[in-house]
Design a binder for this molecule. Structure first.
Ligand code: FES
Length: 378
């Protein structure tokens, strides 16, 4: 991976301006973004500038930053992060970006780099004597299944051999790059199997549908602990089907056995009885550890701001007379355990630290929550 720095001072022009046509395009592009989100246009603007001048200069970055009212360093970060932005003058007819990440490397990227070194320049990002060609090594370009590959401007050339890359470079050097069809350079369609499809063709008999694995119910106990990013109301308290886990491979195996028995004329085996599963007792509403409820106040807190509480759980809490963050933050351990058991949360209230969340929300709402947790409540 090359180090991405701006070009040396001697290459940097004093200023940058979009052409009249591009300036109109820039204004129209910025208007596509919602009010307050104009900075999202940074990548299109940088790309347009590069298409205009061939590379991204320091003056370009300053111009785009001013246009979008962004700190210069933010635009600099974008320009230096993405390898689609060229920070130095490159070949005017082709800049070959050779993917050097593992799949491409295993499939011959090193040989492609040797071709570039031989035909263009020994060093990356150094144009050839005529200034028409240059090359560099880049990270995965997302076409690993067609490795090895190179990118030339906006097109990918895949399934390359050193010989084919030489031909492609020669074509671009001769100004005939548009005669080369991008994509796989061997006889295959996109990323379809080399040699044609070998599955789902007419020689394959349809598979009996009762042999197909059936989707297995999810084991409620295996649901991982939730954090603020988890969907709401994932608690498994209401669906009795979730109590009898069966793995998908096991279900498929059972189906196969049944089909084999049926085919051999044997009596259909009795379906296996599910092993009894211990059912967790829901704590009584009369239990002394049930938290004190209150009548619905005029101001009800949005309990859904607590991680792990969604609309359904909030409705259950309301039924219990729980309406405010202050109530939740005052629960003693035994009360938290009662609520956890009542919601069949299996310890989630402690894992998600409802106490700390509720305390922060009761004290200062979302602002305090952000101060304590470093992120917005969800
Ligand atoms: S490794 Fe080369 S395209 Fe992914």
């Amino acid at each position: 991976m090359s180090v991405r720095r701006l070009a040396e001072e001697q290459f940097q022009p004093a200023s940058f301006a979009f052409s009249e046509e591009n300036a109109a395009w820039v204004e129209a592009t910025i208007r596509k973004y919602p009010e307050g989100r104009q900075q999202s246009a940074v990548i299109p603007l940088l790309m347009r500038a590069q298409e205009q001048d061939g590379w991204v200069t320091r003056a370009t970055i300053e111009h785009v930053a001013a246009k979008l009212d962004m700190p210069y360093i933010r635009v600099m970060e974008v320009a230096t992060f993405y390898t689609q932005f060229q920070l130095k003058p490159i070949g005017t007819r082709a800049h070959i970006q050779v993917c050097g990440t593992t799949p491409c490397m295993l499939r011959g990227a090193e040989e492609l780099i040797k071709v570039c070194q031989h035909k263009i320049h020994h060093d990356p990002l150094q144009p050839n004597a005529d200034g028409t060609l240059s090359w560099e090594e880049v990270e995965c370009q997302g076409a690993c299944v067609n490795a090895p590959m190179v990118i030339i401007f906006k097109d990918a050339y895949e399934d390359l051999t050193p010989q084919r890359l030489e031909e492609i470079i020669d074509a671009f050097e001769a100004g005939k790059g548009d005669e080369i069809k991008p994509g796989p350079q061997i006889d295959r369609h996109l990323s379809a199997p080399v040699g044609g499809a070998v599955t789902l063709n007419d020689d394959i008999k349809p598979v009996r549908t009762n042999l197909e694995p059936q989707p297995a119910p999810v084991d409620a106990a295996s649901v991982p602990p939730a954090d603020a990013a988890h969907p709401k109301d994932t608690a498994p308290e209401t669906d009795p089907k979730l109590k009898t886990p069966v793995t998908a491979p096991k279900a498929a195996e059972n189906n196969v056995k049944a089909a084999e028995a049926e085919a051999s004329g044997a009596a259909k085996p009795e379906p296996a009885k599910a092993a009894p599963v211990a059912k967790s007792e829901k704590p009584s509403l009369e239990d002394k550890n049930r938290p004190q409820g209150i009548d619905k106040p005029a101001e009800v807190d949005d309990l859904k701001l607590i991680s792990g509480v969604g609309p359904k759980i909030e409705a259950t809490l309301h039924e219990l007379g729980i309406y405010t963050f202050a109530q939740v933050s005052s629960w003693k351990k035994a009360e938290r355990e009662w609520v956890d058991g009542y919601l069949n949360f299996k310890g989630r209230i402690e894992r998600d630290d409802w106490l700390k969340q509720a305390k922060a929300l009761a004290k200062g709402g979302e602002a305090e929550y952000i101060k304590v947790f470093g992120k917005k409540p969800r």
